[in-house]
Design a protein around this ligand. Structure first.
Ligand SMILES: NC(=O)C1=CN([C@@H]2O[C@H](COP(=O)(O)OP(=O)(O)OC[C@H]3O[C@@H](n4cnc5c(N)ncnc54)[C@H](OP(=O)(O)O)[C@@H]3O)[C@@H](O)[C@H]2O)C=CC1
Ligand SMILES: CC(=O)N[C@@H](CCC(=O)OP(=O)(O)O)C(=O)O
Length: 346
C-alpha cells in the first residue's frame, strides 16, 4: 500500500509517520509541507532520523492522487474537498484527520466551520465517521473516512455503553474535558506560549466549541433521538492527553458493579478500550503515546449522577492512531497492526 501524508510536518502528520514507519504493509511515498519543503522530515524533526528518508514536497494534489493508494489528509477543507472529487470513481481512499467529512449533514458542518470553498457533492461521497468501535463494518466499504475529533473520541467511547442501553435521562449530559497543548497543533499561537500555558489552567470556547455538533450527531444516533450536551474544554499545561469527565443523570438505580459488567460486556471484543475496575480512575499517563482509551466511572447515589471518566492520547487514539486503525480496517488486516504500543510511563 502506497500512502501519502498531506501536511506531514504537523503534529498529526508527524505521529502518522512515527506509527507507519513500523507498519509491515505500508510504504510512505509522498509527504507534503508548506514551510519546510526540500528538507527531509528528520531535518525538521530529528526524532525521525533514519525512519523516513523521503523528501518533503510542496503540495501537488495530482501527484498525491497519482502516487498514492491511500492519502492521509491533515489539511483544511478546501484541500479535502478537492481531493475527494479527484478520487471519486477510483479505488483510492482518503482518511481525513480534520473535520471535513465527519458530518452527516453538510449544512450543520457549514454553520460551524465556514469552509472557504463550498462543495456540492457532499451527500454523494462514500464517506463514514471513522470511529471503529461503532462503524467498523461500514468503514471497510467506505472510500473516505472522516477521522473523529479528539474530544469526541474520548466522550463518545465513554458514553456509548450507557447510551446504547438507554440508561441516561434525556439531555442531562455535562462534559468537562481537559486537553494538552499539542491538541492545538504546531502552528505558533500566542495562547500556546510556554508563559501562557505553564502553571495555568484555562477553559475556552465554552458552550460553543466546534466539537459539540459532532458529539451531538453521534450521541443522537446512539440514543435514537435528539441529544443535546453541555461541553466545556480546558487547556492544561501538558503536551499530550485528554481527560473527559462526563456527568449525567441515570434513569434507573444502578450499582457501580452492574455498570462495570455493562461496560466490560459492551467492549469485550475491543482491544483498544480498557475498562477500569470499580474504584480505579483513568489518567492521561496510563495511555500516553498509545492507542488506548481508558474508561472508569463512579455513581453518586445522593444526586443520582453517573460520572464517567475517559482518557486518551489526543495524537494517537484522538487522531493518528485512530487513522491507522481505520486504514487497517480498509486494508482488511488486523486492526492492531503497528498499534500494539505500550504506553510510556512515567
Ligand atoms: N493535534 C491534535 O491533537 C488533533 C488534530 N486534529 C486535526 O487534524 C488536522 C491537523 O492537525 P495538526 O497536525 O495538529 O495541525 P498542525 O498545525 O500541527 O499542522 C498542520 C500541517 O498542515 C500544513 N498546512 C496548514 N495549512 C496549510 C495550507 N493552507 N497549505 C498547505 N499546508 C498547510 C502545515 O504545513 P507547514 O508546517 O509546512 O507549514 C502542517 O504540516 C486539523 O484539522 C486538526 O484539527 C484532529 C484530532 C487531534
Ligand atoms: C487544545 C486544543 O486547542 N484542541 C483543539 C482540538 C483539535 C481538533 O481535534 O480539532 P478539529 O475538530 O478541527 O480536528 C481545539 O480545541 O480546537
Amino acid at each position: 500500500m502506497n500512502v501519502g501524508i498531506l501536511g506531514a510536518t504537523g503534529y498529526t502528520g508527524l505521529e502518522l509517520i512515527r506509527l507507519l514507519s513500523k507498519h509491515p504493509y505500508v510504504n510512505i511515498v509522498y509527504l507534503t509541507s508548506r514551510s519546510f519543503d526540500e528538507n527531509t522530515i528528520s531535518d525538521v524533526y530529528p526524532s525521525l532520523e533514519n525512519f523516513c528518508k523521503i523528501p518533503l514536497e510542496k503540495l501537488n494534489l495530482e501527484k498525491a492522487v497519482g502516487l498514492c493508494d491511500l492519502i492521509f489528509n491533515t489539511l483544511p477543507s478546501e484541500y479535502a474537498f478537492k481531493l475527494a472529487k479527484m478520487i471519486t470513481g477510483s479505488q483510492k481512499k482518503i482518511i481525513d484527520l480534520g473535520s471535513s467529512f465527519r458530518f452527516d449533514d453538510y449544512e450543520i458542518y457549514k454553520q460551524w466551520y465556514f469552509p472557504k470553498e463550498e462543495v456540492t457533492l457532499y451527500e454523494k461521497f462514500n464517506r463514514i465517521y471513522g470511529l471503529p468501535e461503532i462503524y467498523r463494518d461500514k468503514i471497510q466499504y467506505a472510500q473516505i473516512v472522516g477521522n473523529p475529533g479528539c474530544y469526541p473520541t474520548s466522550v463518545l467511547l465513554g458514553l456509548m455503553p450507557v447510551m446504547k442501553n438507554k440508561l441516561i435521562k434525556d439531555n442531562t449530559i455535562i462534559i468537562d474535558s481537559k486537553s494538552g497543548v499539542s491538541g492545538s497543533g504546531h502552528e505558533p499561537k500566542y495562547g500556546n506560549l510556554f508563559s501562557e500555558c505553564n502553571e495555568n489552567l484555562k477553559p475556552y470556547n465554552v458552550a460553543k466549541h466546534r466539537h459539540v455538533p459532532e458529539m451531538e450527531q453521534e450521541l443522537s444516533k446512539m440514543q435514537e433521538g435528539s441529544v443535546n450536551i453541555v461541553f466545556t474544554p480546558h487547556l492544561v499545561p501538558m503536551t499530550r492527553g485528554i481527560l473527559s469527565t462526563i456527568y449525567c443523570k441515570c434513569d434507573i438505580n444502578i450499582t457501580i458493579e452492574e455498570l462495570y459488567i455493562i461496560y466490560k460486556n459492551y467492549y469485550k471484543e475491543e482491544q483498544f478500550i480498557r475498562i477500569l475496575k470499580p474504584g480505579l480512575y483513568p489518567s492521561t499517563k496510563d495511555v500516553y503515546g498509545s492507542n488506548f482509551c481508558e474508561i472508569g466511572f463512579e455513581f453518586d447515589k445522593k444526586t443520582n449522577t453517573l460520572i464517567i471518566m475517559s482518557a486518551i492520547d489526543n495524537l494517537v487514539k484522538g487522531a493518528s492512531g485512530q487513522a491507522v486503525q481505520n486504514m487497517n480496517i480498509l486494508l482488511g488486516i488486523p486492526e492492531n497492526t503497528a498499534l500494539e504500543i505500550v504506553p510510556v510511563y512515567p
